[in-house]
Design a protein around this ligand. Structure first.
Ligand code: MD3
Ligand code: FE
Length: 215
């Protein structure tokens, strides 16, 4: 007999990390299939590529973008660009379902009225990592960031305001959404090398969407 009919399921709950940061476990589960189809359509127009950092290192994360602005890196620096440098064309549009999900997650975390103009799509395969960094290329750092994890699980590194501050390890699974704003907005963070594995809908791959108000 099920006595927990009205209890929240174990897969969907809010997990505060610190002031301004929360993981909404399973928040995107119902939208995952639609998101994956939309990501295929984005990658058909703007293929994943491995950008070069200003220091000359090629990133192990494969990246593409959707929306009015896309995050790019090259020897000249990091910036948001309305045009895909590979094709010379605008980035694919942000699907209304994407905008809705990002706005709903931000509101759930206490940030009302979030309307992103950039969606960075990060692709990880086993061994791919993202080294410790801050997100500070956006014009208004008062705006939060919404991140959606799909596919293979990853270990997120959640640091402090100083690069050398101790980091917490936060597991992120398929369907988890993280929201960062306010006092957490400039915390250092990264992703440990992805472990090999197989995900039923994404295979040997993890995809992370980050929604930002960049311009
Ligand atoms: C914590 N991506 O694209 S986003 C990035 O899984 C990035 O691909 C990660 O970091 C990924 O820049 C995770 C999660 C995130 C984004 C912004 C933050 C965490 C944050 C800002 C402050 C603190
Ligand atoms: Fe980041």
């Amino acid at each position: 007999m099920n006595l927990d009919l009205f209890a929240p399921s174990a897969e969907r709950r809010d997990e505060p990390l610190c002031d301004g940061a929360v993981v909404l476990r399973g928040f995107a589960l119902d939208d995952a299939a639609a998101l994956l189809r939309a990501i295929d359509a984005i990658a058909a127009q703007a293929p994943f590529r491995h950008l070069v950092t200003p220091g000359g290192f090629r990133m192990s994360v494969g990246m593409t973008n959707a929306g009015p602005l896309g995050w790019v890196s090259d020897r000249r620096g990091y910036r948001y660009d309305p045009v895909d440098p590979e094709s010379g064309r605008p980035w694919p549009a942000l699907a209304p379902s994407f905008l809705h999900l990002a706005g709903a997650a931000a509101a759930q975390a206490g940030f009302d009225g979030f309307v992103p103009d950039a969606c960075l799509v990060n692709r990880y395969v086993p061994g791919t990592r993202l080294s410790l960094h801050q997100d500070r290329d956006e014009r208004d750092l008062g705006q939060p960031i919404v991140s959606v994890s799909l596919g293979l699980p990853a270990t997120f590194l959640f640091g402090g305001m100083q690069r050398t501050d101790r980091q917490r390890r936060v597991p992120l699974a398929h369907g988890d959404v993280a929201v960062w704003g306010g006092p957490a907005r400039l915390r250092f963070h990264g992703v440990l090398p992805l472990k090999p594995g197989h995900h039923p809908s994404l295979g040997e791959c993890r995809i992370n969407l980050t929604f930002r108000r960049a311009g």
